[in-house]
Design a protein around this ligand. Structure first.
Ligand SMILES: *Cc1c(COP(=O)(O)O)cnc(C)c1O
Length: 413
């Protein structure tokens, strides 16, 4: 739940001097009247700045009139849809726990020329040339990622629950008849659950089942769990069965960075996160790993190789740019104050809902989300979701421990 709505103000036209000349220290750099691609290519081909580009003979035919207009001119239809979406985001109260409003600065980086580069590999070890600045950017982003979570670069590097119990699909979700998520097709997963009376993770049951199942990996972290995790307890269980301990802190990474919830890095071997939830960055993800071998495995190379070439193609350098900006912000006192407010607002909301007689899963919240159990009211989340939506309040349904279906759940986040 974002409490400060830092959307860019409406700006008519572009900040970039599209029409006319651009001057630097009185020197005319180049004249951009919507620029012709042939002129631009000329400068890119020679590798010299556009001011000294050699004129390339104009090609004949219809294709040479390729002008670079701003979006409103080039495509009013898409511009119009974006404007409607922006209006909607301004007008409505956004209470979806996994969403946030990223900053204008992040959006500028994401909408920049960084989007043009191919840069498979790692800084200094790329498959394509011309990555000098992309390397600089990614290195800066990595340094900031470690700094945002107060990690020592010598120890850390950077490159589940059952769904109806607040977990995430990616931790391996299956129904009795069907393996739903890709991870449940490729991996054998064993969910652990909440104690349905307390709404808290049933650590005793986790310990028992882990002893029987002997997992290689135990995953902490969830998408719909309003409480903090007992990392020391999970570490103990992982050690007893010889498993790695991983925290998927996607929902709460902003709260972790601001140190308003417990710190998973103290106990886990691997920590993953999305970057667009409470961290308030661009859509993306990060994987943190311990640098020293764990259980005889070099996590650094295992994870880096799995990302590329194992799973991913070209990285999104524009997203890395936006992420670097977000991580700088995450280190500021501003950000800490913001996250403190997120948690105290959420607590106030939880208390008021309980005063009004609603039943909350786990009876409250430690973080940025509340889960209302609608079953005592004889209602389901799928239907109730529509009513606040009509009042421009956006929230999302979620299943709750005991639900029969994860797709038509009876609870509300
Ligand atoms: C959001 C989330 C993810 C990533 O989900 P995407 O749909 O890929 O953004 C992974 N794990 C958890 C626990 C999450 O909450």
């Amino acid at each position: 739940m974002g409490s400060s709505l830092q959307q860019p103000v409406w700006v008519k036209g572009s900040a970039f001097p599209l029409k006319g000349e651009m001057k630097l220290n009185g020197v005319k750099l180049w004249s951009v009247k919507p620029c012709k691609a042939s002129k631009l290519e000329g400068s890119l081909v020679t590798g010299r700045p556009p001011s000294v580009s050699v004129p390339i003979p104009e090609m004949a035919g219809a294709g040479n009139n390729f002008a670079d207009y701003e979006l409103g001119e080039a495509d009013p239809e898409v511009r119009g849809i974006i404007d409607k979406e922006k209006e909607h985001q301004f007008r409505s109260l956004e209470l979806i726990a996994s969403e946030n409003f990223t900053s204008r600065a992040v959006m500028e980086a994401v909408g920049s020329c960084l989007a043009n580069k191919y840069s498979e590999g790692l800084p200094g070890k790329r498959y394509y040339g011309g990555n000098e600045y992309i390397d600089e950017l990614e290195t800066l982003c990595q340094e900031r990622a470690l700094a945002a979570f107060n990690l020592d670069g010598k120890q850390w590097g950077v490159n589940g629950l059952d769904l109806p119990h607040g977990g995430h699909l990616s931790h391996g979700f299956m129904t009795p008849k069907r393996r739903v998520s890709g991870t449940s097709i490729y991996f054998e997963s064993m969910p652990y659950r909440l104690d349905e009376s307390s709404g808290l993770v049933d650590y005793d049951m986790l310990e028992k089942t882990a002893t029987l199942f002997r997992p290689k990996l135990i995953i902490a972290g969830a998408s719909a769990y309003p409480r903090d995790f007992d990392y020391p307890r999970m570490r103990k269980i992982a050690d007893a069965v010889g498993a790695f301990l991983m925290m998927d802190m996607a929902h709460i990474s902003g709260l972790v960075a601001a140190t308003v919830v417990a710190n998973p890095f103290e106990y886990c071997d691997i920590v993953t996160t999305t970057t667009h939830k409470s961290l308030r960055g661009p859509r993306g993800g990060m994987i943190f790993f311990k640098k020293d071998p764990i259980l005889g495995v070099d996590l650094e190379s295992a994870i880096n190789d799995a990302v590329f070439p194992g799973l991913q193609g070209g990285p999104h350098s524009h997203t890395i740019g936006g992420l670097a900006v977000c991580l700088k912000h995450a280190k500021s006192p501003d950000f800490k104050a913001f996250q403190n407010k997120v948690v105290s607002n959420c607590r106030a909301l939880a208390n008021r809902l309980m005063e009004l007689g609603y039943k909350l899963v786990s009876g409250g919240t430690d973080n940025h989300l509340v889960l209302v159990d609608l079953r005592p009211l004889g209602l389901d989340g799928a239907r109730v979701e529509k009513i606040p939506d009509m009042a421009s309040i956006t929230l999302n349904k979620n299943s709750v421990a005991g639900d029969k279906s994860a797709l038509v759940p009876v609870v509300y986040a």
